[in-house]
Ligand binder design. Structure first.
Ligand SMILES: C[S@@+](CC[C@H](N)C(=O)[O-])C[C@H]1O[C@@H](n2cnc3c(N)ncnc32)[C@H](O)[C@@H]1O
Length: 418
């Protein structure tokens, strides 16, 4: 981008009209429950502006750390790699848009009200980490200086990742920036968690002057991206390494603190927070991202609720065909078909109590086996309660369908639900 174009971005953004009055908070509901109630952990499907507005009354001043990795204003859509069962091989699904009306100025206009809402949620000792690449970095640094105060910049971490190819036109761009801003002058920093070995061996005569656990790490972090064949890689574009996000959580979140991510993608921040014993809140507008996050967190045994705003289609009614086959006790439960075809089914779950007015409770759930491609069957006692259990089916794009399960006691075993 030329210098005059850069100046024009800044001027357009400075000369922007005052943002319109914020819309009213959307209606919200709990769509799913994983594990026991009371954990406070929440995964949200919806536009983060609506979610932030809805959460403001109860969470203002209560969040310890916010980590966000928003789109980078690349001007192109991002795709997710999925591998449905069957012989067709991997496919690319649209994941999220990264083109903004008005270019960078439009991108900053989208972010500014959201950053202001995030600042409101932070506790006095709280911090916001904003992850961007080298193109958006200078503009966001100026915006964040204005919103938080330049003297509240705690660190501008350089994440160096090495992976990917090179270029014949320039040096390889192999770093992103993570700007860390404190809400006030007193912020959490767990220095003891950040110790790394000294660079050189310390002479025995000088060892007493040095810390036995090493020095506090610097602000250039050399961490590899998860390789595409690793167990950590979910296929979600722009997924960040757990090692990177865990380092942020260890440095800047108090033990048992609340960590939030309002552009959560594959929920890496929530996974890092959970693994490190922090509470968490994660939001994304893309159902596929929320589905990947749900699977990752459920696999860790996390207890959480999936919330949705009224504008987001979580748990749409539909008719997956499930079957409960008596084969003695316990009986065998399986999914026969789903609106998008059985090969696209990625996950299914059973809510044994089957309350149609409450959240879908994931009493039992299973994802498609990564290597063998099979959809696991459930072997469990047949339906027993006053209502038929409900079955949830989710496809690789995160679309969900729920239906009541047939009652084996009163119907033929092969009967499909309505
Ligand atoms: C760069 S990705 C985040 C990747 C994530 N750090 C990870 O490790 O997987 C940005 C995410 O922001 C989401 N997003 C973009 N605009 C949003 C909005 N207004 N509300 C909620 N999520 C949004 C996109 O769907 C996308 O998943």
């Amino acid at each position: 981008m030329s210098t005059s174009a850069r100046r024009s971005v800044r001027l357009q953004w400075q000369g922007r009209d005052d943002p319109p009055a914020p819309p009213a908070a959307p209606a919200c509901r709990v769509a799913h429950r994983h594990g026991p109630t009371g954990s406070g952990n929440q995964l949200w499907l919806g536009d983060n502006h609506g979610v932030l507005t809805a959460l403001r009354p109860q969470l203002a001043g209560r969040v310890d750390l916010i980590v966000i990795d928003p789109p980078f204003a690349l001007g192109k859509p991002r795709h997710q790699r999925v591998t449905p069962a069957g012989d067709d091989g991997p496919r690319q699904l649209p994941a999220f848009e990264d083109t903004w009306k008005g270019g960078l100025a439009g991108y900053l206009t989208m972010l500014e009200p959201r950053l202001l809402l995030m600042r409101e949620l932070l506790a006095d000792h709280g911090l916001l980490v904003v992850h961007v690449d080298h193109r958006a970095h200078p503009y966001l640094r100026v915006l964040l200086d204005e919103l938080f105060g330049a003297d509240h910049l705690v660190n501008d971490i350089v994440w160096s990742y090495r992976s990917g190819g090179g270029s014949r036109q320039r040096l390889g761009c192999k770093h992103d920036n993570l700007m860390v801003y404190a809400r006030t002058g007193q912020h959490t920093f767990n220095a003891e968690e950040m110790r790394v070995p000294y660079d050189a061996a310390i002479a025995r005569s000088r060892q007493a002057a040095f810390h036995p656990e090493g020095k506090v790490a610097g602000d250039v972090w050399d961490i590899s991206r998860p390789p595409n064949h690793s167990a950590e890689w979910t296929g979600y574009p722009t997924q960040k390494p757990l090692a990177l996000v865990e380092r942020l959580v260890r440095a800047f979140a108090p033990a048992n603190g609340l960590v939030a991510d309002f552009f959560c993608g594959a929920a890496t921040t929530a996974v890092a927070a959970h693994r490190l014993g922090r509470r968490w809140l994660a939001v994304d507008a893309n159902p596929a991202a929320v589905h990947i996050g749900r699977k990752r967190l459920a696999e860790l045994g996390a207890a959480f609720e999936v919330w949705t705003t009224s504008d987001a289609g979580c748990g749409a009614a539909g008719a997956p065909r499930a079957q409960v086959l008596p084969s003695g006790a316990p009986v065998s439960w399986s999914v026969l078909d789903a609106p998008g075809g059985i090969d696209a089914v990625d996950y299914w779950a059973v809510d044994f109590a089957g309350d149609p007015n409450g959240p879908f409770v994931h009493d039992w759930s299973a994802g498609r086996m990564p290597r063998r491609g099979e959809l696991p069957r459930l072997s469990a006692p047949g339906p027993r309660g006053p209502r038929p259990p409900r079955v949830l089916v989710v496809d690789v794009a995160g679309h969900e369908w729920i239906s009541a399960c047939p009652d084996t006691a009163n119907g033929p075993p092969e009967a499909a639900p309505a």
